[in-house]
Every structure is written in structure tokens, then in C-alpha cells.
Design a protein around this ligand. Structure first.
Ligand code: FMN
Length: 464
């Protein structure tokens, strides 16, 4: 069989992910696995339609497609996302329709599920026959048990194609809801909001003021008594997507630093704002690839939350209500930055008055929360994710991400349980005692009341 591998790594063949493909190829010489370096060549594919058509021709003549990609900031790299956009922009969806397909991703398992969900949805939207996903840690290939699983996965993919087996679909097609948002004037009770010295910055990829998103942004700006600054990410000189070279790991300096405006945009413009409003259109199952480029390029900061203690708002045009995966990604951004997400407003309400009032309310709350310093507690989205970073930066990735390590050490990120003296005392005392059955009975009968004792003390003395 002829299998086309669409390589999503900007590193081309020098990619960890492609080693998994080359390994499968060695084990199955009877099949041809042809690797096409999509992400690495994206600029050519965008400019040169002939080159793009060659890829499409390969897809057309294949028995199956493997989407092979590294995780970049919870999704696929921006260059790969751009390729996915080109499929639709150039009306080539039909070539992918009914093709058997499978995913192969490598990562450190930080939000690999959101990238897999995204690619699964893309395959469903292209009406491909989705066989499954294999999300490997980047070094899994070194372990015989993991290699065995990879081979079983590949075997199943080939078997499914050869026997024309049925496949399941996870995502229903998106339902379009045509609606023009027309903002009104401020209501009588809606007085213009004073920013109280807080710096508010809107960042967007909206290029047309006469779209729902363009109008939502204007409505937001109109809520304030002073002018609110806006940066359009298309106006920034960004030479390209993240190359995955990781040279920034040493000192947070991007190889593009003096070649384009991105570092300055992030480190000066973005970091000087107290309140950030990100505004974007949903393009396929995420924001635009331009937005993705911004998130990928912010990786020069390593795993350091450079936008701490900010208030975030999102203005979105598109069917977010049909996209729980994207909502999760959005919610995780402020959390991982140790900041606060105030709200996400979309144009799905199909009622301009409701959207007007929601935007006003967002504007107001952004200022209030910025003043009071309100921040929701982090959830699993950040707490779970941060532990993956902590363990990797402390351990196997420290020599690469030395800047992260310095920051993590200085800011007490290495909160492994060993330095929790209270926990140690309790464990040392009670683990031996509970070996005794009689003690255990008493212990578990009073545990409920004993467990809440320290926090109850606070409730009993609220003014202390
Ligand atoms: C810009 C950038 C962003 C990354 N984002 C993630 C991520 O969100 N989650 C994760 O688990 N790994 C992430 N990684 C790690 C890569 O996914 C991992 O190293 C992968 O194996 C690289 O594959 P490749 O060599 O095929 O490009 C990121 C790496 C880079 C360079």
C-alpha cells in the first residue's frame, strides 16, 4: 500500500515524530510510507500552487494518510494549521474525503489531548475515515514495550485499510448560524467606563471592521471613556512560525529576535498591559493560523508565565458552543499564565442587544477585577499541566530549558511533597499507627471531623 505521511514538524526529517514513522517503515517494508515535509515547506506551499498541487496529487493516489506532528502549544504547529486552512481555501476537501487516516503525535503529553481532538475534528470535517490516534512521549521509541504498542497501532491501521473496515465519527459537522451583529448605543445606565489607570490592550487578527468581530471590538472600545489600544497581529512583522530549534531554552532569546517584531511585541507591548482582550474568528476548529503563530512564537519564554496577574477577556466570532475543545484551550491560557479569565463573549447569541450588554459587562468586570486583584483558583487545566512542566524542567529537560529552571527555582515552583514538613510529620506518625486494626477503627471514625478541624478554625474566627 502507499501511505502518505503529512509531516507537521517544522524540523522536517530531523524530527522526533518522523523517527516513529521511519521505524514503522522498517517494520513494514511491504508498504511505502512517503513523508511529505508540510510544515517545513509551508511558505513554498502558500506561494507556489504547483507545489501544493503535488501534495494533493500524492494524497489522491494514496491508500491512507498519516498526520504525523509534534505538539506545539496545545495544538499542531502554526505551519501545519496553515496547510489545513489551504486545503479548504483551495477547495481540495474532496481529495481527502473517504481516505483512511490516522494520527501520530509526539510530545511531553502537555495538552496532547486537545491537539488530538482538534485533528480528529479536522479529519471528521474532511469526511475522512478516522482510524485512531497514537500520542507518544517523544522518547517512547526507546522502550521495547512502547515500540510494541506502536507496531500494533500501525498494524491495525494497515489492516483496517486492507479490509475496508468501518470507522467511527466523533464530531458532527458544524452548524452555521448566519447573523449580523449590529451594536447599539450605550444604554442610559451604561456610563462610559474609566480605566482607572489600568492599561487595556486588544490583540486581534480581525482585518475587517465590518464583520461581527470587527464590530464587537468597536463596541468594546466604545464602552470606555478613553481610547483603548488595539494591535492587529497581521500588522506585526513576524517572519515566520516557531522553528522548534529551542535555542531560546538557554536564555529566552528567540533566533528571530532582531529579525522581526515579535519579541518586542510580546515583551514590551503585551507584558506592559494589565488587561488583555484577545479577539479572533474561529477558523476551522481553532483560531486562525496567524493567531497560532503568535502562541507558538511566545514559546521563546519557555514555560515561564510572562503574563502573570493579568485580567483576560476573549471576543470571538464563530461557533464556540459547538467546540468544547477550543473552549478548554482558551480557558487554560489565562490559568497557565497565573492570571484570571473574566469572560468569553461570542456572537452566537444572535441577538445584538444581548451581545451589547455582555460586552459592556465584560469591560466593566475587567477593570473591577484588575483593581481588586481577583483571580479564580486554578483548576486541573493549570495545576495538572504545570506539574508536567515542573517535572520535565526539573529532570530530563533541565539542560535544554535552563532559563526555566532558574525561574522555577527562584519562584518556588519545585513544590514536590518532600519539603512539606506538616505532611511528613503526619505520615510518619499515622502510617505506623494505622497498621494496628483497633487504632484504625478509631482513626477512620473520627477522620471526617479531624480532617476539617484546621479549616473550621478559620470559619470559627473569620476576622482573624
Ligand atoms: C514551540 C514548541 C511548543 C511545544 N508545545 C508543546 C505542548 O504544548 N505540549 C507538549 O507536550 N509538548 C510540546 N512541545 C514539545 C514537542 O511537542 C516535542 O518535543 C515533540 O516531540 C517534537 O517533535 P518533532 O521533533 O517531530 O518536531 C513543544 C515544543 C516546541 C518547540
Amino acid at each position: 500500500m502507499k501511505i502518505i505521511v503529512l509531516n507537521g514538524s517544522p524540523k522536517g526529517i530531523e524530527s522526533a515524530t518522523m523517527q516513529y514513522i521511519l521505524y514503522i517503515q522498517k517494520k513494514y517494508p511491504q508498504h511505502e510510507l512517503k513523508i511529505l515535509n508540510i510544515a517545513q515547506q509551508i511558505k513554498k506551499l502558500e506561494k507556489n500552487d504547483e507545489k501544493f498541487k503535488e501534495i494533493i496529487e500524492d494524497v489522491k493516489n494514496s491508500d491512507g494518510i498519516i498526520w504525523g506532528f509534534p505538539l506545539y502549544v496545545m495544538l499542531v504547529p502554526s505551519q501545519y494549521k496553515r496547510f489545513i486552512e489551504l486545503i479548504t481555501e483551495r477547495n481540495n476537501e474532496h481529495v481527502f474525503k473517504n481516505k483512511y487516516t490516522a494520527l501520530l503525535a509526539t510530545s511531553i503529553h502537555f495538552y496532547d489531548h486537545t491537539a488530538i481532538n482538534y485533528m480528529n475534528a479536522i479529519c471528521d470535517d474532511l469526511e475522512m475515515k478516522y482510524v485512531g490516534s497514537f500520542s507518544a512521549d517523544m522518547f517512547d521509541l526507546m522502550f521495547p514495550k512502547k515500540r510494541k504498542q506502536l507496531i500494533l497501532y500501525a498494524e491495525n491501521f494497515f489492516h483496517t485499510i486492507e479490509n475496508n473496515l468501518p470507522t467511527t465519527r466523533k464530531n458532527l459537522p458544524l452548524i452555521e448560524q448566519p447573523f449580523d451583529y449590529i451594536p447599539g448605543m450605550l444604554e442610559k445606565e451604561e456610563v462610559k467606563i474609566d480605566t482607572l489607570g489600568k492599561k487595556v490592550l486588544i490583540v486581534t487578527d480581525s482585518v475587517d471592521k465590518n464583520t461581527n468581530l470587527g464590530r464587537m471590538i468597536q463596541r468594546f472600545q466604545n464602552c470606555f471613556s478613553t481610547e483603548i489600544e488595539i494591535v492587529n497581529i497581521y500588522d506585526l512583522d513576524i517572519k515566520g512560525g516557531c522553528l522548534g530549534c529551542i535555542q531560546c531554552g538557554y536564555d529566552n532569546v528567540c533566533v528571530y529576535k532582531d529579525k522581526d517584531e515579535f519579541t518586542e511585541f510580546w515583551s514590551v507591548k503585551l507584558e506592559s498591559a494589565d488587561i488583555l482582550v484577545f479577539a479572533g474568528n474561529i477558523v476551522d476548529r481553532y483560531f486562525s493560523s496567524r493567531w497560532k503563530m503568535v502562541f507558538d512564537r511566545s514559546f521563546f519564554n519557555g514555560h515561564i508565565p510572562t503574563l502573570r496577574e493579568r485580567q483576560f477577556g476573549f471576543l470571538i466570532s464563530g461557533p464556540l458552543g459547538q467546540n468544547a475543545n477550543l473552549r478548554q484551550i482558551i480557558e487554560s491560557i489565562p490559568e497557565l499564565q497565573e492570571s484570571n479569565l473574566v469572560d468569553i463573549i461570542t456572537d452566537e447569541y444572535t441577538d445584538s442587544r444581548i451581545i451589547d450588554s455582555l460586552i459592556y459587562n465584560l469591560a466593566k468586570k475587567l477593570i473591577t477585577y484588575s483593581q481588586t486583584g481577583y483571580k479564580k483558583p486554578q483548576t486541573f487545566l493549570a495545576i495538572g499541566g504545570s506539574k508536567i512542566f515542573r517535572d520535565n524542567v526539573y529532570g530530563r529537560m533541565r539542560f535544554v530549558f535552563q532559563a526555566d529552571h532558574r525561574y522555577y527555582e527562584e519562584h518556588g515552583y519545585y513544590d514536590f511533597p518532600h519539603n512539606d514538613k506538616y505532611a511528613k510529620k503526619m505520615n510518619d506518625k499515622f502510617i505506623p499507627l494505622t497498621q494496628n486494626e483497633k487504632f484504625r477503627k478509631v482513626f477512620y471514625s473520627v477522620l471526617k471531623t479531624e480532617m476539617i478541624k484546621p479549616i473550621k478554625r478559620v470559619v470559627d474566627n473569620p476576622d482573624k
